[in-house]
Design a protein. Structure first.
Length: 399
């Protein structure tokens, strides 16, 4: 019987390394860690420094993974569903009374007092699929006149949109109460909005388990999987990269190792709060590739990694964030539906990371950098390294 064997070619890995090195310079990107894994084969390339003129990047260097946090929160939610602490189609009102009896804007750009009652409650499934009725939409900032709801968001006692800012967030109870003061942008289940669903999940998981979100993640995922370097902050700041933002001529420091991720945050952000390493993220990917063991069921993994959006929900997604022509949404992460990579899943982090898993090829590609994205789409270093990883896969037939 003929079997297909997958591996990474020597020439392909050399090309992968060359691509990684070509993107690194003090003016553009001080350093990176890039990983490609296929079946049992793992290849890691480290290039550059943790900061301009600083120590070299190492395989165990820490990076702020921003929205690559979202798949982790999705997995933790499904773990609590398995325990019976939550139901996928359960209204969140029991644990989040601040979000009960919602009002919904008649028009996205209309006055925040011009509302109608929500037709139904928000469910756990809505939060996982980002169809909970509230979140980021490019139209908010692209409009000639700011939407009134955006003005209201900017008056809240916490940053709700934009890059994660753990030092500026209040405690979870204050956060969810402030969110509950806003109307929804759409009826629950009607359309896809980015980000806020994962933040709400973080509050929900903590209340369901009667502990902190950090403890939920540690007990349900990190400890069983051995992900010892992943968390909402780190005391080991010598391993944490300096974060940079482009300024047109070069780079400005956005966050230092002793900055916002160097102490426990008041609000553990389920959408974008984690720091991690390339090996911890590979461990998480391999858990999903082997069907969830030892933390999730195969059914949970199938739900997490398949298209969960209806045609109506896709029709209103912001294409700048989620281009549904080839990429849709599962549970707290994207799923590719068209082309060579159909069936792959993952998500990127706007502080400089990308995480892609392709079950058909037993392939994982992880790129960790310290340069913030300048648009919702990942910079070329991520797309180039993903392309090089796919080009390195060798398929052989054996008897």
């Amino acid at each position: 019987m003929t079997q297909t064997m997958l591996s990474l070619s020597r020439d392909g890995l050399a090309a992968f390394d060359e691509v990684a090195a070509s993107h690194v310079s003090d003016e553009r990107l001080p350093g990176l860690v890039a990983l490609v894994a296929c079946a049992d084969q793992v290849h890691v390339r480290t290039v550059g420094s943790l900061s301009v003129g600083g120590p070299p990047v190492r395989r165990d260097s820490l990076f702020r993974i921003a929205s690559t946090t979202k798949p982790v929160i999705g997995a933790a939610t499904l773990a609590l569903v398995q325990e019976g602490l939550l139901g996928l189609d359960e209204p969140v009102d029991r644990l989040l009374p601040e979000l009960a009896n919602r009002r919904v804007l008649r028009r996205l750009d209309g006055p925040i007092t011009d509302t109608v009652p929500a037709r139904r409650a928000i469910t756990v499934r809505d939060l996982l699929t980002f169809t909970n009725g509230f979140g980021m939409d490019v139209g908010m900032v692209a409009a000639a006149e700011p939407w009134p709801v955006l003005t209201a968001v900017n008056q809240l006692p916490m940053p709700l949109f934009g890059p994660p800012q753990p030092a500026e967030q209040p405690d979870p109870d204050t956060w969810i109460n402030a969110l509950g003061s806003l109307p929804l942008l759409a009826q629950p289940g009607q359309r896809w909005f980015y980000n806020t669903g994962a933040q709400v999940l973080g509050v929900l998981l903590a209340r369901a388990a009667g502990t902190s979100l950090d403890e939920v993640l540690t007990t349900r995922l990190f400890a069983p999987l051995g992900m010892s370097d992943t968390g909402f902050w780190t005391a080991d700041t010598e391993r944490l990269a300096t974060a940079y933002a482009a300024n047109g001529d070069g780079l400005d420091v956005w966050d230092t190792p002793g900055g916002q991720w160097s102490s426990p945050p008041a609000f553990e952000d389920g959408a974008a709060g984690l720091v991690s390493t390339v090996d911890d993220l590979l461990t998480f990917a391999r858990m999903l590739l082997r069907g969830g063991e030892p933390v999730l069921s195969q059914q949970a993994v199938r739900q997490m990694t398949r298209d969960q959006l209806t045609a109506e929900q896709k029709a209103h997604a912001s294409p700048e964030i989620l281009d549904v022509s080839h990429r849709t949404w599962g549970f707290a992460q994207s799923v590719i539906t068209e082309g060579q990579r159909a069936g792959a899943f993952g998500w990127d982090g706007g502080l400089g990371t990308s995480w892609l898993v392709d079950p058909a090829r037993e392939l994982t590609v992880i790129v960790l950098t310290q340069r913030l994205f300048e648009t919702p789409q990942p910079p070329q270093v991520h797309t180039d390294l993903q392309a090089a990883a796919y080009a390195a896969v060798r398929v052989e037939a054996s008897e």
